[in-house]
Design a protein around this ligand. Structure first.
Ligand code: NAP
Length: 497
């Protein structure tokens, strides 16, 4: 229920207008032709914090027109020239990280400190790709024939489209856009409807940083229409999507017609394996950082916590103590350590999954009851919860919980836990806690995951590729691999006289 849809918070920083915020196309701030708007809610207090245009086919096409018009000039710049723009944008983002954090917290509900971390990490991606723009190296291949010379160059792919979810509304845009712009692509972006304002604030800073008109375009509105328009347009050569596996599948089917290259950062159900020789306090602390962060709404968040049977009781006791200390509340309050879930749908999904698991024998050790925002009694808050012994075919273990539910399972043998961990159709993140180096190496090699943290609950980094295996998608973001996604490799063969 919306507590008071007429009451608006104070104007958000970086965005002009108290209520209606425009899209950024071809260097202009525009509304939709039909004056249609989407309301954006603060998930902690359920008030409207602003509106974004409800764009559709026309806006999607205009954005591609602008990006295509800007492409040849942007692509022809030397890497170091593009670097200057990106480094300036990264700097502007760092200077504005408090303002960006306010927007992120207002839209997603995460505590301000986590929102600030996201803003700084987003800035780091843009700056890192600024540096990397200078290093889009090709290769020289020794020809099998003495009168030929062969080399491979990397060229910008063309217009790149990005569609992003709400859980890291700035970070996920920055890592796609940073890489695409560094590669020499121009970009069209559609943020999630829950969090369009972070994307529009990013466009505002790109404008401040002097990015030429059309190089970055951010539009908001109907996802399916916008995606279809982009996938049908031959000028769009890349689609970089982050979101659910279900939508990823739809996009791959739609792309089959014209075959733009699609990269997919999809869902996960990460195993978190704790061996008896692990530092248990560190393993518990890892879950406070990996699973309480953003109320568990993180694609690579630990979802199946496998604990060796010899330490399981002790571990659950420590986990429960950690979870009971978490201060849940509106992210704007400095003492809050965890905010609400994004909306009622997210809340009901967690509720249903937990109900199924308990019906089938899982024990709730703590948490889970509704905690409304203390002042207004609103918001879709879920108290961090420890759940022990759910059958592994329960939805909460098969799918991603996308909530702060810590599901503990017991195991006895290394080979057995590898087999159980790899039974999932997903393969995004995996975590191992052990002090045995040989076991650490064996586990890292055996687990089906695009990224493995050994005694490390937050292994993703700007300089390293991140992405999934199996139904968690394909393609990589971050590192040199992230830039390569937005280039075409072209082989040149020269016949000498
Ligand atoms: P989602 O429902 O798949 O939505 C993601 C984006 O896709 C939104 O912008 C959404 O817009 C759009 N979308 C929805 N239907 C579409 C369609 N038919 N065609 C084109 N676009 C469409 O996912 P979400 O619930 O926002 O985000 C959570 C999911 O993202 C989780 O599964 C999580 O694991 C995943 N995720 C993955 C990573 C990673 O790096 N692997 C990172 C973060 C999140 P509308 O809502 O307007 O439809």
């Amino acid at each position: 229920m919306i507590a008071d849809s007429a009451r608006h918070s104070k104007p958000l920083p970086l965005l002009e207008g108290e209520r209606q915020h425009r899209m950024y196309i071809g260097g202009e701030w525009v509304a939709t032709a039909g004056d249609r708007w989407l309301a954006v809610l603060d998930p902690a207090v359920l008030t409207v914090i602003g509106e974004a245009p409800d764009g559709g086919q026309g806006e999607a096409r205009s954005a591609v027109d602008a990006a295509a018009a800007a492409f040849s000039e942007w692509a022809s710049l030397a890497g170091r020239e593009r670097a200057r723009y990106l480094l300036r944008l990264g700097e502007r983002m760092r200077e504005s990280s408090d303002d960006l954090a306010q927007i992120i917290t207002a839209e997603v509900g995460k505590p301000l400190r986590q929102a600030r971390d996201e803003a700084r990490s987003a800035a780091a991606f843009v700056s890192w790709y600024g540096e990397e723009a200078k290093r889009a190296y090709g290769t020289v291949i020794p020809s099998a024939q003495r009168d030929k010379r062969v080399w491979v160059v990397r060229q910008p792919a063309g217009v790149a489209a990005a569609i992003t979810p709400w859980n890291f509304p700035l970070g996920l845009i920055a890592r796609k856009v940073g890489a695409a712009l560094a590669a020499g692509c121009t970009v069209v972006v559609k943020p999630a409807p829950e969090t369009p304002l972070s994307g529009l604030a990013f466009a505002r800073l790109a404008e401040d940083a002097g990015l030429p008109p059309g190089v970055l375009n951010v539009i908001t509105g109907d996802a399916a229409t916008i995606a279809q328009t982009w996938l049908a347009d031959p000028r769009v050569r890349r689609l970089s999507f982050t979101g659910s596996t279900a939508v990823g599948r739809l996009l791959v089917r739609a792309a089959a017609e014209r075959l733009p290259r699609v990269s997919l950062e999809l869902g996960g159900s990460a195993p978190y394996v704790v061996f008896p020789d692990a530092d248990l306090d560190k393993a518990v602390d890892g879950l406070s950082r990996g699973k309480i962060r953003n109320a568990g709404q993180v694609c690579a968040a630990p979802n199946r916590i496998y604990v060796h049977e010899s330490i399981a009781d002790e571990f659950v006791g420590k986990l429960r103590a950690m979870v009971d200390r978490v201060r849940v509340g509106n992210g704007v309050h400095p003492e809050s350590q965890m905010g609400p879930l994004i909306n009622e749908e997210g809340y009901r999904k967690v509720e249903e999954m937990v109900a199924e698991a308990t019906r089938r024998g899982a024990e709730v050790h703590t948490g889970g009851t509704w905690v409304g925002e203390p002042e207004t009694r609103t918001g879709w808050f879920w108290r961090p919860q420890v759940l022990v012994g759910a059958p592994e075919d329960c939805a909460i273990l098969r799918e991603e919980a996308f909530g702060p539910v810590l599901s503990v399972l017991r195991f006895s043998e290394e080979a057995e836990v590898v087999e159980r961990a790899n039974r999932s159709p997903y393969g995004l993140g995996a975590y191992v806690f052990t002090r045995d180096l040989n076991r650490a190496v064996r586990m890292a090699e055996a687990l089906d995951a695009g990224i493995v943290g050994i005694n490390d609950p937050l292994p993703a980094a700007v300089e390293a590729p991140f992405g999934g295996l199996k139904e968690s998608g394909y393609g990589r973001e971050g590192g040199a691999e992230g830039l390569a996604e937005f280039t075409e490799e072209k082989t040149v063969s020269l016949q000498l006289d």
